[in-house]
Design a protein around this ligand. Structure first.
Ligand code: PGA
Length: 237
């Protein structure tokens, strides 16, 4: 379904600006997009993309980095012209200046047309951990112990995920024209309930999406299991 939404967006606007997410959740979406691209059912070569986040201090060739993830799952198959596939710079000597530049590039590209999001078990979107202000912009952040432990599972044996990352802010995410949030599995059920039905507040960054006029939440049954309101009342998120 997520691939269909991307395809519909690209049918309307082939040179769309996509906001892209990493993690385990969107792996199948990338697989399906690449499959459709190879089958010539979809042309992904005209997009511009901006990824949500990257670890601080990890070289792009490190298998735990999100740059590596994106190359493996998407960019190696969809070779975008140079300068059109953007990743936050986790190695910048001046992270604040690099973050400002990232925001500027999003604006110069015309803003994000479609933002793909996953969600953390603690409700984070991008690496905006609980407590991130709802109007935050791209910046260097500290990751919580829960996020570091969970994400270390995706690192080579014996290695731990870094404690800092660069993330696009919640305010930046909310400026996207359309948002699709993906969540699968029982570990996400509480975060999804707080995101969709809880109060809008910084303790659950995902809840900020309730204020967005065009946000679709795609869930499997396990991730939806703790939702309590009838669907008609949940549709604002
Ligand atoms: P996951 O990560 O897709 O690997 O569960 C999502 C996130 O932490 O935002």
């Amino acid at each position: 379904m997520a691939a269909d939404i991307v395809q519909n967006q690209l049918t309307r606007k082939p040179d769309s600006v996509l906001g892209l997410a990493t993690g385990e959740t969107p792996v199948q979406m990338y697989h399906e997009l690449v499959r459709r691209h190879r089958a010539k059912r979809l042309d992904l070569t005209r997009i511009t993309s901006f990824n949500l986040d990257e670890y601080a201090g990890l070289p792009p060739e490190h298998p735990g980095s999100y740059t590596y993830y994106m190359r493996e799952r998407f960019f190696d198959a969809i070779p975008l012209p140079s300068g059109r596939g953007h990743m936050p710079d986790g190695l910048a000597a001046d992270p604040e200046a690099a973050a400002r530049e990232y925001e500027r590039r999003i604006q110069t590209a015309g803003g994000i047309d479609l933002q793909i999001l996953g969600i953390g078990t603690n409700g984070h979107i991008g690496f905006n951990e609980p407590g991130s202000t709802l109007d935050s912009r791209t910046r260097l952040v500290e990751l919580t112990a829960e996020t570091i432990a969970r994400n270390s599972q995706l690192f080579p044996e014996g290695e731990t995920a870094p404690g800092q990352a660069v993330t696009v802010g919640i305010g930046t995410i909310l400026e996207a024209r359309q948002i699709v949030l993906l969540a699968c599995g029982p570990a996400k059920a509480r975060a999804i309930r707080e995101t969709v039905e809880g109060p809008v507040c910084a303790t659950c960054p995902g809840s900020a999406l309730q204020t967005h006029a065009n946000c679709i939440v795609l869930l499997d049954d396990a991730a939806a299991a703790e939702l309590q309101l009838p669907p008609a009342q949940s549709q604002s998120a």
